[in-house]
Design a protein around this ligand. Structure first.
Ligand code: R5P
Length: 292
């Protein structure tokens, strides 16, 4: 098969790593900004049947999204049999419903605008809620969680238990814990009926004598992780480690995390950051094989 890996400006090296795995070619798009601020893209000439476009939609999200849409439209004008889009970080995924009257379902806008540009399949990495893909995509999709890579990175920690900061993140904790061959749990809010005090406690596990690995999809302000870390330490955990697939790291997040006593914070290369130490390309490769 002749496949072309198209690196947008937010591919983060993943297009090249994937091309290397498949022993295929990569093109980097030509990009410029017109004097009025509008974006121009062009794809260098090629003769391949399949195109895999890699575009992570982190900050500046709107610019990266527009670039992706223009690249897809450009590919539509070429003689391509299949266009597959890899979206390592899906922007707007947390606005997945109308929380308040008058709000948009932002993730629907993002996914449907991508799909309507002639895409055959979509691969995402650890989206906030996989249900969004089911609901708003009509083309085949796959959402990967880089379980093997994360477990491999943290295998060095002895006596580790895996903790989700809330019930919604439990599926991720379960997968990583199973790969590490250990137990997992999530934190639950309890309110003291007499004093009204709110405490965040592990649902089932005891942490005494154990190291704790907290796992979540996104580290944004770091507030969620910091709270979970404090709870683990208050419950006698030895050391606390944190993994978040997407390191958005806004508003001094790293200081907040280390201040909470976390030993090490690690993320993937879906978003570039000082803690993006794990590459997701091997999991994406396995997923791509299903569509090529
Ligand atoms: C929320 O539901 C997400 O899964 C993350 O827990 C959240 O986005 C993390 O945000 P922050 O780092 O600002 O607490």
């Amino acid at each position: 098969m002749i496949c072309l890996f198209v690196a947008t400006s937010s591919s983060n090296g993943l297009a090249a790593l994937l091309a290397r795995e498949f022993d295929d070619k990569i093109v980097r798009i030509e990009k410029k900004i017109f004097p009025d601020g509008e974006l121009y893209v062009k794809i260098p000439p090629f003769k391949d049947d399949y195109a895999v476009v890699v575009s992570s939609l982190y900050k500046p999200q709107n610019e990266h999204l527009m670039e992706l849409l223009l690249v897809l439209e450009a590919l539509n004008g070429l003689n391509i049999k299949k266009i597959i889009v890899v979206i390592p970080y899906l922007a707007y995924a947390r606005q997945d419903k109308r929380f308040l009257e008058g709000e948009p379902i932002s993730v629907k806008v993002v996914l449907s605008s991508i799909e309507m540009n002639g895409v055959s399949a979509v691969i995402t990495v650890d989206v906030h809620k996989e249900d969004s893909l089911k609901e708003w995509l009509n083309v085949p999709y796959d959402n990967i969680i880089p379980v093997k890579e994360v477990a491999e990175y943290f295998r060095k920690i002895k006596n580790v238990k895996v903790l989700a900061p809330d019930k919604g993140a439990l599926h991720r904790a379960k997968l990583i814990a199973e790969s590490l061959g250990t137990e997992y749990d999530y934190l639950e809010k309890f309110r003291d009926r007499i004093t009204g005090e709110v405490r965040i406690l592990p649902k089932n596990l005891r942490f005494e004598g154990n190291n704790i690995l907290i796992v979540d999809d996104i580290i944004s302000t770091g507030g969620t992780m910091a709270l979970a870390a404090r709870s683990a330490l208050e419950n006698n955990a030895l050391k606390v480690y944190a993994y978040g697939t997407h390191a958005l790291l806004v508003k001094g997040a790293l200081d907040r995390l280390y201040e909470a006593g976390i030993e090490e914070v690690v993320s993937t290369n879906t978003v570039l950051s000082p803690i993006s130490k794990i590459s997701v390309h091997l999991s994406v490769k396995e997923s791509l094989k299903k569509f090529l």
